[in-house]
Design a protein around this ligand. Structure first.
Ligand code: SF4
Ligand code: SF4
Length: 188
């Protein structure tokens, strides 16, 4: 049977992946196909701008030195709906954890997810902000904000298809939008 809200929040990542696989069979991908394409483009734009301003290079170097900041606790921000969204975008889930003490979704080439939690999309450490400067940081946040908004929209559409799930919860910590985005969505 389906789990209660508390059980869901305590669910191990492997269980969330199993549950997401079951949920996938309840979804008609055609109903979210166009939104997923828009979201995928927005995600690519975020990555492209990060590359342009040197964030990827900074993180790559840092990961080689420190093992990355993708710690294990962050994986709990990735709930089953987010896993479903990634699966719908063709992301293959890992069979096992790549590195002990680190996020389940981390691979030797970085994060395997296309749709990532807000904390991962928004997080810029001091090393990055000091290097890229305020203007680039501001522009990156604007671009990433679009990715988060579209992710929120797709998530809501998927939840509508999963009525049983929708009864259990209608939002998730994985999709906390910045306040300006929430205002924008409610006014559209
Ligand atoms: S965000 Fe900062 S701490 Fe994390 S990998 Fe990139 S440079 Fe390192
Ligand atoms: S960016 Fe990906 S691998 Fe890193 S903490 Fe976030 S979900 Fe995990």
């Amino acid at each position: 049977m389906f789990k209660s809200k508390v059980q869901l929040e305590n669910m191990a990542v492997e269980d969330r992946i199993r549950r997401a696989k079951k949920m996938l069979s309840q979804i008609n991908p055609d109903k979210v196909k166009d939104d997923l394409k828009k979201l995928e483009r927005a995600i690519e734009e975020t990555w492209s701008y990060m590359k342009e301003i040197g964030v990827n290079e900074i993180c790559k170097k840092c990961a080689e030195e420190t093992g990355s900041c993708c710690k294990e606790w962050v994986e709990d921000e990735v709930d089953d709906v987010m896993i479903v969204m990634n699966m719908l975008m063709g992301v293959k889930m890992p069979e096992k954890r790549f590195k002990e003490g680190f996020c389940y979704f981390l691979s030797e080439n970085g994060c395997i997810l296309k749709v990532r939690p807000t904390i991962c999309v928004n997080f810029l450490c001091d090393k990055i902000t000091k290097t890229i400067g305020f203007e680039n940081e501001k522009k990156l946040q604007e671009i990433a904000g679009r990715e988060l908004e579209l992710g929120f929209i797709v998530r809501e559409k998927i939840l509508k298809q999963l009525s049983f799930y929708f009864l259990e919860r209608n939002s998730s910590k994985s999709y906390r939008l910045p306040s300006h985005s929430r205002e924008k969505i409610s006014s559209t």
